[in-house]
Each structure stands twice: as structure tokens, then as C-alpha cells.
Design a protein around this ligand. Structure first.
Ligand code: GAF
Length: 384
């Protein structure tokens, strides 16, 4: 992290000859509760020790001058002329600017340099981290007076409306509200949340990165979301009180969807089961029953792979091998899917041997390497 911090400052000084402020916004892990956020259910994410850094300072004109230090790329536009960029990375910044302007906030132009150590496309939420870093830093330099939840919502809407991914609120919420050594039990309907201690003696959160970049992710993600909505509209014909899948029971899914399309039935069944699983997993945490918690992670993987169909052969292979390791208490694919990481709870004393075996097996089967990240749970978005 220190490297990205230094890089944004030095690049900023070289290019703009000014002193910036620096904001860091972390990536996230999610222990359990996948594809539940946009169905108004629960999630259990945490901010981690990998993040996006932004060095930023306002200008007197309306020029927005951006540098992506890791990509060695520049983008320049104005507050009047900005538009979607085929280069992609500027969109996560311009999308937030767009939301703030639409909300009637007064901005001038600004200079900004970004860098980070959240691997891109690995399901650790680099895009949400960037959006949150931008929202937080603009709020600070222009003194916009937005609270943390408003910043999260602006960042999410930037992704929905400018980038085009109909994501839920989990990633942005985790990045901003993260708390060292705690996971966040977030109710995505009421937006009430609780910090649950997650500092388990002798257990590490390890991410096995399949190195598959999820190219299908945004299109298939939006398809999953509309399949869930279609399921809800069918259930509503019999149960008008059901507004989202959060309100549905397995019995309703069986009665109303069993004889409709298999896809709709499977997607909705998974979401209703996952919500229930998360609540039980939180009970496991309270009782310190990490074995039972871990078993639920494997069950989530099964659901994501077979019912929700957002996994891929590489992720299935990693999760299946994890299950054979006695030092891994639970594992599952994490995030939107179609690539990215498997998250695993691994006994600390055996991390090195386990990682080596998992990497070797992956290489033998897939003929490619796998990156592994041993993460720590850290605080959310902050000024440095
Ligand atoms: C992506 C989205 F951005 C989140 O909102 C969430 O839906 C997640 O996929 C799946 O749980 O990270």
C-alpha cells in the first residue's frame, strides 16, 4: 500500500507542480451473502489492506485532468464536456462527478492521480474502491457536506448509471464503512448495519486468485438481476406482499416458480437460501463455531455454481481442492463471479504449505499460475 501512496504523491508533484491531499479507499472481501445485496438481503463484507489511492487538488477552471499512474495513462476533459470513455478507467471517476453535478453540487475542475494495489478484475472491488475514493475526496476538497452513506450511494449510482453495472450497495458500503478486525453485517433493505468482530485466533483470510478476468461479468450480472426481478413479479401474483426476494420463502419459490423457467426458479432458490444461510452463519460466528461457518461457505459455492451459475471451471476447481484440505475451514468463489477469487479461511500455522499445494495443483490442471493474497481486515475510506 505504501508504494501506491508514494506513487500518487510523486506523480502528482511531477505533473501538476502542486501539493495534493491523498485519500485511500480499500477493496473488500465478502465472507458470505453473495448476490443478495440487490435482492435487499444481507451481506457480510469487510474492507481489506489493499486499496486505491487518489492524490487530488482543485483547480480554478473547469478542467478535469486525470492520471492513472499504474496504467501510465492520462485523460483530460471538462465539467461541461465529459462523457463515457472507451478507455474505461476514467468512467469510475467521471461517473461520480456526474452524480455530484446531478445532485446540484458546486464543483470546479480538479487534478487527480490514482494508483492502487487492489488487483483489477479479481472480484475484490477495485472499481467501487476507486468510486469511493473519488466521492470521499471531492466531498472533502469542495466541502460538499455529504455524510458517509450519501457518499456510498453516489458511488453506487455512478456504477449503475455511468459505468452500466446494475450492482447493489455492498462493495461501496464495505469500502467506506470498513472497520479494522470487523466484518459488517449489512441489511441492504434498511441499510442498518452491525460490526461483528472477526479476528479469529489462528485463522487467516486467504484469497486464491484464479487469474480469470471476468469479461462476462457485467452483462451476465445484469441478466441475473433481471431474472430475480422476474421471479419476484411471478411470486407477487400469488403473494402481493412480496416486494423483493428478501420477502420470499423457499415455500413460495417452490409453489410459484417450480413450473416456470428452470433458470428463474434456480436463481431465486439460491438467493432465498443464501439469505437464510447468512443469518445462520452470523449465529455461528457469535458462538465461535467457525467449522460450521466454513461449511456454509462451501454450500454458498455450490449454490453459486449450480443454481446461480456465476462460477467457472477454474473457481470450481479451486473450491473443490480447498474442500480436501483439512487446514481450510471454508471456501467459496467471491464477488460477482465468472472469474476472480476464491475466499478461504485457512489455519494460520499451515498457510504456507496449503498455498503451495493449491498453487501446484492449479498449475498442473489449468496450466497457468494463481496469485494468492493473505488479507487483513482494515478501516474504510480515509484521508492520509
Ligand atoms: C459485485 C457487485 F458489485 C455487488 O453489488 C454484489 O452484488 C456482488 O457482485 C455479488 O454479491 O461485486
Amino acid at each position: 500500500m505504501e508504494q501506491s501512496h508514494q506513487l500518487v504523491i510523486s506523480t502528482f508533484r511531477e505533473n501538476f507542480n502542486q501539493e495534493p491531499i491523498v485519500v485511500c479507499s480499500p477493496g473488500r472481501v465478502n465472507l458470505i451473502g453473495e448476490h443478495t445485496d440487490y435482492n435487499m438481503g444481507f451481506v457480510l463484507p469487510a474492507a481489506i489492506n489493499k486499496g486505491i489511492y487518489i492524490a487530488i487538488k482543485k483547480r480554478d477552471d473547469d478542467v478535469v485532468s486525470l492520471i492513472a499512474a499504474d496504467l501510465n495513462k492520462k485523460h483530460q476533459t471538462t465539467l461541461k464536456d465529459y462523457k463515457y470513455s472507451d478507455d474505461n478507467w476514467p468512467n469510475f471517476i467521471l461517473g461520480v462527478v456526474d452524480q455530484l453535478l446531478k445532485a446540484g453540487k458546486h464543483l470546479s475542475g480538479f487534478n487527480a492521480v490514482i494508483s492502487g494495489d487492489v488487483p483489477l478484475g479479481a472480484g475484490m472491488s477495485s472499481s467501487a474502491a476507486l468510486e469511493c475514493a473519488v466521492a470521499f475526496s471531492l466531498n472533502h476538497i469542495f466541502d460538499l457536506g455529504l455524510d458517509k452513506l450519501s457518499l456510498v450511494q453516489k458511488a453506487q449510482k455512478a456504477e449503475n448509471e455511468f459505468v452500466g453495472l446494475q450492482c447493489g450497495i455492498m462493495d461501496q458500503f464495505a469500502s467506506v464503512f470498513g472497520k479494522k478486525k470487523h466484518v459488517i453485517k449489512l441489511d441492504c433493505r434498511s441499510l442498518e448495519y452491525e460490526y461483528v468482530p472477526f479476528d479469529i485466533e489462528g485463522i487467516k483470510i486467504v484469497l486464491f486468485d484464479s487469474m480469470v478476468k471476468h469479461s462476462l461479468a457485467s452483462s451476465e450480472y445484469n441478466v441475473r438481476r433481471s431474472q430475480c426481478e422476474e421471479g419476484v413479479s411471478i411470486i407477487q401474483q400469488t403473494y402481493p406482499q412480496v416486494k423483493t426476494l428478501r420477502d420470499a420463502t423457499l415455500e413460495m419459490v417452490e409453489t410459484c416458480l417450480k413450473h416456470t423457467s428452470a433458470d428463474i426458479y434456480n436463481r431465486c432458490k439460491y438467493v432465498v437460501e443464501e439469505n437464510d444461510r447468512l443469518l445462520k452463519a452470523c449465529e455461528d460466528l457469535k458462538h465461535g463455531d467457525i467449522e460450521s461457518f466454513g461449511q456454509k461457505m462451501y454450500d454458498t459455492h455450490e449454490g453459486l455454481s449450480k443454481l446461480y451459475e456465476v462460477s467457472c471451471p477454474e473457481l470450481d476447481f479451486i473450491a473443490a481442492n480447498a474442500k480436501k484440505e483439512s487446514a481450510i475451514l471454508g471456501a467459496r468463489m467471491m464477488g460477482g463471479g465468472f472469474g476472480g477469487c476464491v475466499i478461504a479461511l485457512v489455519k494460520e500455522a499451515e498457510v504456507d504449505e496449503v498455498v503451495k499445494r493449491m498453487k501446484d495443483l492449479y498449475f498442473q490442471k489449468m496450466n497457468k499460475g494463481m496469485n494468492v493474497y493473505i488479507t487483513q481486515i482494515e478501516d474504510g475510506t480515509r484521508i492520509l
